[in-house]
Design a protein around this ligand. Structure first.
Ligand code: PEP
Length: 252
């Protein structure tokens, strides 16, 4: 059975002490929440990852990297590899966030290399993808999403999918306050699940968690997460405040 997940992407925010303060506040505020079939994840900036991992002794909050390079090591100034992440007990990474695609030129071919490196190293991936506003206006959103998934993920073997979480994030909704309606999210999530079914099988499609990302707030989370194919969210802005993030966790 697939899990519900709320993941906070802290982006390039919070220094070490602010990061430790935030994770500790989240941990305190969610102490009575039953996480049996749910997961809570935070993705701090890479230099603070080890400190946040070490501070989270009871493992109720998992830590993810915001990015990962495809090479194991080498002359790639400023990057982190799977091996380096595993060395600090991080076994989870975001890949393909729209900001990485837009500002760091990460395209499908590069993402495919990163996906392969993560899978090879048994690192779980939260794979982000989604259309731009122009794609949606031109009614190309299904095509764009299909090609993003085909180009970077659909070469994987069936068994690799145990390490994949999908995060549909329409670019026009990220950090803009413009959220997809619950119906728009459900329509796309059902389409994505069906694509996985067509390219693999029903079991994999039913087991993969598909998160929605794009201006999720305590005020809209319950309605969006209430849709049958929405298995939680990837949260940006609202993940930086413990009370807001925990309200969103409660909505799942
Ligand atoms: C994100 O960065 O993945 C995101 C969804 O941001 P926000 O919640 O701020 O729109």
């Amino acid at each position: 059975m697939r899990k519900k997940i709320v993941a906070g992407n802290w982006k390039m925010n919070l220094n070490r002490s602010e990061s430790l303060e935030l994770v500790s506040a989240i941990s305190k505020e969610m102490k009575d929440i039953d996480l049996k079939n749910n997961r809570v994840i935070v993705a701090p900036v890479s230099v603070n990852l080890a400190s946040v991992v070490d501070s989270e002794k009871d493992n109720r909050i998992e830590c993810a990297s915001q990015n990962m390079h495809f090479a194991d090591s080498g002359a790639y100034t400023g990057e982190v590899s799977a091996n380096i992440l595993k060395g600090i007990n991080v076994n989870l990474t975001l890949l393909g966030h729209s900001e990485r695609r837009a500002y760091f030129n990460e395209d499908d071919a590069l993402l495919k290399q990163k996906v392969d490196a993560a899978i090879e190293n048994n690192i779980e991936i939260i794979f982000c993808f989604g259309e731009e506003l122009d794609d949606r206006k031109a009614e190309n959103h299904f095509k764009v999403v299909e090609s993003q998934l085909k180009n970077a993920l659909f070469h994987l073997k069936e068994n690799d999918w145990k390490n994949i979480v999908l995060a549909y994030e329409p670019v026009w909704a990220i950090g803009t306050g413009m959220t997809a309606t619950p119906e728009q999210a459900q329509e796309m999530h059902a389409f994505i699940r069906n694509l996985v079914k067509e390219n693999y099988n029903n079991t994999i499609a039913e087991n993969v968690s598909i998160l929605y990302g794009g201006s999720v707030k305590p005020t809209n989370a319950k309605e969006i997460f209430g849709k049958p194919d929405v298995d939680g969210g990837l949260i940006g802005g609202a993940a930086l405040k413990a009370d807001m993030f925990v309200e969103i966790i409660k909505a799942m």
